[in-house]
Write a protein that binds this ligand. Structure first.
Ligand code: PLP
Length: 245
């Protein structure tokens, strides 16, 4: 299958899920996860209009970032309206894996979004770097909904206090929640996990835990993105199904 074929399949599946759940395609954005592929393959994805690129490790991303974005002097504007469609093919980088504090200096300024904020020490480091660069970094709080030991992320119970603790770190802007479904499970097993993440976001908004509304839900990967759309995802993180292996 070519990239165009894969895009066609994904778009049809998303469209179907939107129709079943009364959503519109515009509510959903796709992060093309390029961690398995070369800079050339990532560039091809960008040419097909997928400008949001996701990587989970700085060591793996570094070469690709240099090849694709290293030459450009303009930094992504962390305060931009993140739902606006940029007019050019300038990629926007998303850090989706667990972020070591000692990599923050490298990652912030190059990656616009962080999907894996899961501890205050990381928020402190991001805030410090963001202040140096005069940025505000949109972040998703990673939640371990399924409670598996192997997973990063806060428990649902920890979320309100964590968000309150974040408030002084103005370089960090929480925009929503992120989760991963149980590994190697059937798509339907992800449904309660995704549904719970959406409920958690809505509860936090109702309780006004944060001054602004948390609008985003980063959930759904190659195996379960259709279910994620049905359950309210606003960002899908698609590696294998879109970019290939
Ligand atoms: C690798 C990865 C993805 C994409 O996985 P696929 O199943 O290949 O779509 C999504 N999110 C995170 C956090 C990842 O590490």
């Amino acid at each position: 299958m070519t990239l165009s074929d894969r895009i066609g399949q994904i778009e049809a599946a998303i469209q179907g899920a939107c129709e079943r759940s009364g959503r519109t395609r515009e509510e959903i954005q796709i992060v093309a996860v390029t961690k398995y592929v070369s800079a050339e393959a990532a560039a091809e994805v960008i040419q097909h209009g997928f400008i949001h690129l996701g990587e989970n490790r700085w060591q793996v991303a570094e070469e690709k970032w240099e090849a694709i974005s290293g030459h450009s002097s303009s930094q992504p504007d962390g305060q931009a309206d993140f739902h606006a469609q940029p007019s050019s093919n300038t990629p926007v980088w998303h850090f989706i894996g667990s972020l070591q504090t000692n990599k923050v200096k490298e990652v912030i300024g190059k990656f616009t979004y962080i999907h894996s904020l899961d501890r205050i020490s990381l928020a402190q480091a991001i805030h410090k770097r963001a202040e140096q660069l005069n940025l505000i970094v949109p972040c998703f709080i990673q939640v371990n909904v399924s409670g598996e030991d192997s997973k990063h992320g806060l428990s649902p119970e920890e979320l309100p206090a964590f968000l309150q603790e974040l408030a002084p770190y103005k370089g960090v802007r929480p925009i929503g929640l992120m989760t991963m479904a149980p590994l190697d499970s059937e798509p339907e097993q992800a449904r309660p996990v995704f549904r719970r993440l959406r409920q958690l976001r809505d509860e936090l908004n109702e309780r006004r835990i944060v001054e602004h509304r948390l609008t985003e839900l980063s959930m759904g990967m190659s195996g379960d993105y259709v279910v994620a759309v049905e359950e309210g995802a606003t960002w899908l993180r698609l590696g294998t199904a879109l970019v290939g292996k």
